[in-house]
Design a protein around this ligand. Structure first.
Ligand code: AVJ
Ligand code: FE
Length: 442
């Protein structure tokens, strides 16, 4: 930052940061794929998911397409496998039957691609094209791999058999958190035009005016969700949307995914281990329809995406929007439960340092939070660098999730980051919190 620095020093620092992020990310991919044997890697554990070996080579193929070929202008490593690892050409349910690279070849392939990337990173000029400005293309590829790592983590959660993943439990509560926070009416800045590695759907920054609303200070917990079940929430169509009720009946939903009755209570399976459901943790593995029904039962609703983001980023003292609830600094271990450091959500109150200025807790990490909103481009959206990352998913089919889960890496999670999925999906690490209009008192 100082003027005495030699030209090139900033670029050197960026190179170092990119290399470190690539390495850190690959270590996680290796952990997830080395944890099981070859049989397990090529098997499909759920028709919703790819075989793990597909994710592995797909990660390498995207890295080859964008960094080796496009950014580096190098010869293809394996042009012949592009179609196999194109997510749009190969539906997930068909992937196990494809002539995929066997585990040893997939590992060799991603290593070859990565070696070429390190080589081209050495000579890169970050000013040549918008694609590489501030290292964007590298950041995009780091995030892509991290997103697939979270997908692979969800595959591990669906996988039957002996447990293979281990991590220390998340921290215990340090403060009591409950009730709602009032967010006053007024404008705030949504999205970003400046965060260098923000993806196209987070851009551009724009002003959104919201009426006053109340939002839960914490995500809905297992204990709260159990009260909904015990009150017959799954048996009363009046709490459900029409489409939600149809799905509830058809899929025979009665509790979050991975739960089963255990005497008078409930148990859940987490990465191959069963234990009694703990009441003070955010509920996870619910679909949008279940979240919506719970909110209606509670006399509330899901927050819109803008409401979620204002609660997470808006600083009443300055009027600015922060990168994260706690400020502009990157997530530390005291801020949020991210990055698979733990294998399940932390109890409510475990991250007081991660609270937003208004006192809303655990917005980032723990569980992805369903919002009421369908997935659309922000005003002024332009697809970059390819339409297939976000734009082809805009419309009424998906709902937006915010905040990241315990399985989301910090590189793939910001106050502006947007995830989306079908309203029936619950194999992802999805939970929610509720909101309501400020005008309506009980
Ligand atoms: C942003 C999580 C919805 O995994 O389907 C991965 C991210 N895009 N490869 C997904 C993604 C291309 C995407 N989500
Ligand atoms: Fe992908």
């Amino acid at each position: 930052m100082t003027t005495t620095e030699r030209p090139g020093t900033d670029a050197e620092r960026l190179r170092g940061r990119i290399a470190a992020e690539l390495e850190r990310t690959r270590a996680r991919t290796a952990l997830l794929t080395d944890a099981v044997d070859d049989d397990d890697l090529v098997r499909q554990h759920s028709t919703l998911m790819s075989p793990l070996v597909w994710d592995l080579a797909h990660v390498g193929n995207q890295e080859e397409l964008w960094l080796v070929r496009d950014v580096g202008g190098r010869e293809p490593v394996r042009r012949d496998i592009d179609d196999l690892y194109d997510a749009f050409k190969q539906p997930r349910k068909d992937r196990p039957a494809l002539p995929l690279l066997p585990p040893a070849e997939a590992r060799a392939y991603v290593r070859t691609v990565r070696d070429k990337v390190y080589d081209l990173l050495d000579g890169i000029r970050f000013t040549d094209r918008r694609l590489v400005e501030d290292g964007f293309a590298f950041g995009m590829i780091v995030q892509h791999e991290q997103q697939h790592d979270e997908t692979m983590l969800a595959t591990h959660q669906l996988r039957a058999g002996a447990p293979v993943l281990d991590a220390p439990p998340p921290p215990e509560p340090r403060v009591g958190v409950g009730g709602e926070v009032l967010v006053p009416a007024g404008p705030f800045t949504m999205g970003t035009s400046t965060d260098p590695w923000a993806l196209d759907n987070e851009r551009p920054a724009h002003t959104v005016e919201l009426p006053a609303y109340r939002i839960d200070a914490a995500p809905v917990t297992n204990g709260q969700y159990r009260a909904f079940i015990a009150d017959g929430g799954y048996d009363q169509p009046r709490w459900w949307s029409e489409a939600g009720w149809r799905h509830r009946v058809e899929a025979d939903l009665g509790a979050p995914l991975h739960w089963r009755r255990d005497g008078d209570g409930w148990a859940y399976r987490r990465f191959g281990r069963w234990s009694a459901v703990r009441d003070d943790e955010p509920v996870v593995h619910v679909c949008w329809y279940e979240a919506q029904a719970y909110a209606a039962w509670a006399g509330k609703r899901l927050p819109t995406e803008a409401e979620w983001e204002k609660a997470a980023r808006w600083d009443p003292a300055t009027g600015r929007s922060r990168r994260y609830p706690w400020g502009d600094g990157d997530p530390g271990t005291a801020h949020a439960n991210l990055g698979q450091r733990h294998l399940w959500p932390a109890p409510v109150g475990a991250y007081p340092e991660g609270a937003s200025p208004l006192g809303v807790h655990q917005l980032v990490g723990d569980v992805w939070e369903w919002t009421a909103s369908t997935f659309r481009g922000h005003p002024g959206f332009t697809a970059f660098p390819y339409r297939e990352y976000s734009e082809v998913f805009f419309g009424d089919d998906h709902r937006v999730l915010r905040g990241g889960s315990f399985g989301t890496d910090r590189s793939a999670c910001r106050g502006t980051f947007r995830n989306w999925d079908y309203p029936i999906r619950r194999q992802i690490f999805s939970g929610f919190r509720c909101a309501r209009d400020a005008g309506c008192e009980e």
